[in-house]
Design a protein around this ligand. Structure first.
Ligand code: 4AD
Ligand code: MG
Length: 434
C-alpha cells in the first residue's frame, strides 16, 4: 500500500487535461467497477466528477483486495494520468497504488429503480450525478440571490417560524401545539418584514416557509425555501424591476458557473435560459384572460389561473412574463388597490415555463380601514392583527415586496419533472422521511 498523500487532485482537473502525463493522487467513491482479465476498471467519483482508474495485478500489490470491491467503497488512488479515448471523459488514471478506506456493503441503489425506492433511499441517491448536478445549481442560486440583494443595499432580516398569524390565508396553515395554545409554522416572512422596514429600510431573507398544501402537484412542497424582500418607498414599477433584476442575476450566475450541469440536466436545451435578459414581458390579468380565451381555454374574468392557464401563457411568450392587476378578490388582503381601478390590485405574478408562478409580489395596502374590512371579509379575527396594523398607524409609508419559491426557481432552471428533486430531502403531503 502506498504512503498517505497530503495533496489530492480534483477529478475535474484531470478531465480538463491539466495533469496528463503526471502522477496524481485522487480520493473518492467507486461509481462503477468492471473486471476484465487481470485488470480492474474503477470509475472513481469525487465531488467534482468521475474518472476511470485502471489497476492490474502487475501495477498494484493489493489487486486481490480491490478486485471484489463493491459500489460506493471509498478509496485513495495514486497513478499516472493518460489520455485515453476509450475512457469516459477521455482520461484514465493508471494506478500504481490503491488504498481502500472502506469496503462498502451491497449498495441499495443499483440500476433501474422506482421513484419511491429512490425517495426512500434519498440519503444514498444524493450521490448520483443527477442529484449532485441539481444541488450544485441550487448552491449557486442561493449565492446569487444573497449577492443580488446585498449588492443593492438590502439587509438580511429574520422573522419567527412559530407564529400566531396567517399571512396567506387559513387553508394551508400547519398548526403546532405551543404549550396548549395553537400557533402555526410560518407561511411567509412578510408581516414581520413590514414592521422591520421602518427600522432597517430595504430588507430580504431566505428561509423555510411552510404550506399544508393538500394539492399533490409537481410544483408544491409543504416545506420550501422562500426568498422574500420588502422595501419602504418602493412602488409597483420599481418592485417589478427588482424582481426582474434578481432573476436575471441568478440566470447569469448559473450560466457562468454551472453550464455543464445545466446542459446535462436540460438535455442540451439552453435557448430559453440564454434569452433571460431584461426586459421581461408584462401583461395585465385582463389581457391574460383575453389571450387564454383566444387560445381556446375556458376561463372567465375573476377566475384564478390553474396550471394549464399558466402553461399556455408561458408557451405564448419567449421570456418570463409578469401578469399584473389581478382582481382583488383572488389576491391577498395586503395588496394595494390600483388607484385607477379599485377592483384591481397592484400585484404581480411572474410566470416561467415548467413551474408557472415563480414569484408573487405587490405594493402594499396602507389604508387601515380597507385592510381591516378585507381581513374581516375573509373571516379573520382582526384583534390578532393588532401589532401588524400598527405599521399603518405610526409613520406609514408606501412600500412593496415579493416572495420567490427557491425550489420552483431550481426546478425551472434544471428543467425537472417534479419539484421534489430540487431540494435534498423533500417534504410533500405523503412524505416526511428520510
Ligand atoms: O404567492 P405566495 O403565497 O406569496 C407570499 O407568501 C407573499 N407573502 C410573498 C411576499 O410578498 N413576501 O408565495 C410566494 C412564492 C410563490 O410565487 C411560489 O414560488 C412559492 O412562494 N410557493 C411555493 N413553492 C413551493 N411549494 C409551495 N407549496 C409553495 N407555495 C408558494
Ligand atoms: Mg402567489
Amino acid at each position: 500500500m502506498h504512503e498517505k498523500h497530503a495533496e489530492y487532485t480534483d477529478v475535474n482537473e484531470i478531465l480538463k487535461g491539466e495533469h496528463t502525463g503526471e502522477k496524481v493522487c485522487i480520493r473518492g467513491w467507486i461509481h462503477r467497477t468492471r473486471n476484465i482479465g487481470s485488470m480492474v476498471f474503477l470509475n472513481i467519483r469525487d465531488p467534482t466528477g468521475v474518472v476511470q482508474v485502471m489497476a492490474s495485478s502487475d501495477s498494484v500489490e493489493n489487486y486481490e483486495e480491490i478486485k471484489p470491491l463493491l459500489l460506493e467503497s471509498s478509496v485513495e488512488v495514486c497513478g499516472e494520468v493518460a489520455e485515453d479515448r476509450r475512457a469516459p471523459g477521455g482520461y484514465e488514471v493508471r494506478a500504481s497504488g490503491v488504498n481502500v478506506i472502506h469496503a462498502a456493503g451491497v449498495f441499495p441503489i443499483q440500476e433501474d429503480h422506482s421513484v419511491e425506492h429512490l425517495l426512500d433511499n434519498r440519503h444514498l441517491w444524493l450521490r448520483s450525478t443527477y442529484m449532485r448536478d441539481i444541488l450544485t445549481v441550487r448552491s449557486t442560486v442561493f449565492g446569487a440571490i444573497h449577492e443580488y440583494f446585498r449588492a443593492n443595499g438590502y439587509k438580511e432580516f429574520q422573522s419567527p417560524i412559530l407564529t400566531p398569524l396567517a399571512c396567506e390565508g387559513g387553508s394551508t396553515l400547519f398548526p403546532v401545539d405551543y404549550f396548549g395554545d395553537e400557533v402555526y409554522l410560518a407561511q411567509s416572512w412578510q408581516l414581520y418584514a413590514e414592521a422591520a422596514i421602518f427600522s432597517l429600510g430595504k430588507i430580504y431573507t431566505m428561509a423555510p416557509s411552510f404550506r399544508a398544501e393538500k394539492s399533490r402537484t409537481a410544483r408544491h412542497l409543504t416545506e420550501y425555501w422562500h426568498a422574500e424582500t420588502e422595501a419602504p418607498w418602493l412602488e409597483f414599477d420599481g418592485l417589478v424591476e427588482l424582481a426582474e433584476g434578481m432573476v436575471c442575476n441568478v440566470v447569469k450566475r448559473v450560466l457562468e458557473n454551472n453550464r455543464e450541469e445545466l446542459e446535462r440536466l436540460r438535455g442540451g436545451d439552453m435557448d430559453y435560459l440564454l434569452r433571460v435578459k431584461s426586459p421581461f414581458h408584462r401583461i395585465t390579468y385582463q389581457e391574460a384572460i383575453h389571450k387564454l380565451n383566444e387560445a381556446g381555454l375556458d376561463i372567465e374574468y375573476g377566475d384564478d389561473f390553474g396550471a394549464p392557464h399558466e402553461r399556455e401563457l408561458t408557451d405564448i411568450y419567449d421570456k418570463p412574463v409578469f401578469v399584473t392587476h389581478y382582481p382583488q378578490e383572488i389576491k391577498a388582503f395586503y395588496m394595494k388597490r390600483a388607484p385607477e381601478d379599485e377592483s384591481k390590485v397592484l400585484g404581480f405574478d411572474l410566470l416561467v415555463p415548467h413551474v408557472g408562478e415563480l414569484i408573487g409580489g405587490s405594493q402594499r395596502e396602507t389604508d387601515i380601514g380597507a385592510m381591516e374590512s378585507r381581513l374581516q371579509g375573509e373571516g379573520e379575527d382582526i384583534t390578532r392583527y393588532g401589532w401588524f396594523l400598527d405599521t399603518r398607524r405610526y409613520g406609514s409609508v408606501p412600500h412593496s415586496g415579493f416572495g420567490l419559491g427557491v425550489e420552483r426557481l431550481v426546478t425551472w432552471l434544471c428543467s425537472l419533472e417534479h419539484i421534489r428533486d430540487s431540494i435534498p430531502f423533500p417534504r410533500t403531503p405523503n412524505r416526511y422521511r428520510p
